[in-house]
Ligand binder design. Structure first.
Ligand code: SF4
Length: 406
């Protein structure tokens, strides 16, 4: 499984001769380094007879919420899964397909064991029989790191061989939706399931399943090791906790920035070194294309789970994309709808036909706003899953805030 950027026969030969499976494996904290600094001591203590509800309480008191996009209080999920008889499973969502999101990759390429220990703590809490890691195949270095470090855990006797089952996704955005991911883990076509029943009751192979995002488990590991205060003691603009913002677009220094959850878009642009030279801030996507586009004038709102909802947006996975005076909001929205059109699984008509119809309508010189508004309502109200329900957000927000462009 060899990936080489701009591969030439010489480069491939040299990589194979060196024994590499990927020529650009970053310098990361491996098992030996992690253990030297006290890694896995927390897990071993817990396995030694601790009360899972005390750990759940710790996670709840930190205020940690799911960081894949939905924002559900993490500790609560453990209780829902435990309420169902075993065998139970844990499935990690590492698909990270929301355009503009790269925070999971950031953590996995640096401190994979913080995530792995967090995962094993959550697995201990719900007595999971197997941990499935569903990892984005477009992250070859991460797959290489995880395969090596899971082997190190097996060799060290911390997990039985096969207890952690690393699976490769195949580039479908919809497989980041938890029930579609579960279908894919089972070897089927990844399409979302109807709910109820919820995956906490009927998940992988019809068994109760705890689904967590990679970054969520990274924080579970840190909370158990360093205490819930690492999140609960941080406060800004009335919001508690920290958020890893993946920042890209017209900023001077794109990257992942760990900031208080109450940060505004101006705080985030500041952290990213300000706007890129020659660009004036015009609009931003707060949490992936599903969150639509907000104008620069809305710049004093904390970018957190509950604050963006009244504005017709949401923080999702905190993928902040900054646009400037050199970008057209209508082009950005059209680009987002083209993405949804491509990625719709096609299972339900409002999303499959709605995305296609929206793209056609948005290509007109002048948008038929009444027709688009009707289409948005049908898509939001009648689609099965979040993709089709949120796909109209860019259209609605451009019609509201960028009227002069349409
Ligand atoms: Fe598939 Fe779209 Fe329907 Fe979701 S809303 S099930 S992605 S067709």
């Amino acid at each position: 499984h060899l990936h080489i950027d701009n591969a030439t026969p010489e480069k491939v030969k040299a990589a194979i001769a060196k024994g590499d499976t990927h020529p650009r494996i970053p310098d990361y904290e491996n098992y030996d380094k992690y253990v030297t600094s006290g890694g896995y001591e927390t897990l071993l203590k817990l396995r030694d007879g601790a009360d899972w509800e005390a750990v759940q309480e710790k996670v709840l008191s930190s205020g940690l919420r799911g960081l894949g996009g939905a924002g559900f209080p993490s500790g609560k999920k453990w209780g829902f899964v435990r309420a169902n008889d075993g065998p139970r499973y844990l499935a990690v969502n590492g698909d990270e397909g929301e355009p503009g999101t790269f925070k999971d990759r950031y953590y996995l390429e640096r401190t994979p064991h913080l995530f792995l220990e967090g995962m094993l703590i959550a697995a201990w809490a719900v007595e999971a029989k197997t941990c499935f890691i569903y990892m984005r195949d477009e992250y070859p270095a991460v797959l290489h790191i995880l395969a090596n470090e899971i082997k190190a855990l097996e060799d060290a006797g911390l997990v039985a061989p096969g207890y952690i089952d690393l699976r490769r996704g195949a580039g479908a955005y919809i497989c980041g939706e938890e029930s579609a991911m579960i279908e894919s883990i089972e070897g089927k076509r990844g399409i979302p399931r109807h709910r109820p029943p919820f995956v906490a009751q009927v998940g992988v192979f019809d068994r109760p399943t705890l689904v967590h995002n990679v970054e969520t488990l990274h924080w579970v590991g840190r909370i158990c090791r360093e205490g819930p205060e690492i999140l609960s003691s941080v406060e800004r603009n009335g919001r508690k906790g920290l958020r890893s913002y993946s920042v890209s677009g017209r900023v001077a220094q794109p990257g992942v920035y760990l900031l208080p959850a109450g940060s505004t878009i101006m705080d985030i642009i500041d952290a990213a070194g300000g706007m890129a030279d020659g660009h004036v801030f015009k609009a931003y996507q707060p949490g992936g294309p599903s969150s639509g586009l907000l104008p620069a004038s809305i710049n004093d709102v904390p970018l957190d789970f509950d604050t963006l909802q009244p504005l017709g947006s949401f923080i999702g996975s905190a993928a902040v994309v900054v646009l400037s005076d050199q970008d057209a909001a209508r082009d950005a929205a059209l680009n987002m709808l083209r993405f949804f059109e491509d990625e719709s699984c096609g299972q339900c008509t409002p999303c499959r036909v709605g995305c296609e119809k929206a793209v056609k309508l948005m290509q007109a010189d002048t948008w038929d706003q009444d027709l688009l508004a009707d289409l948005c309502t049908a898509m939001s109200d009648a689609s099965i899953c979040g993709l089709g329900q949120a796909a109209p957000n860019p259209i609605k927000l451009v019609m509201k805030h960028f009227k002069d462009e349409i």
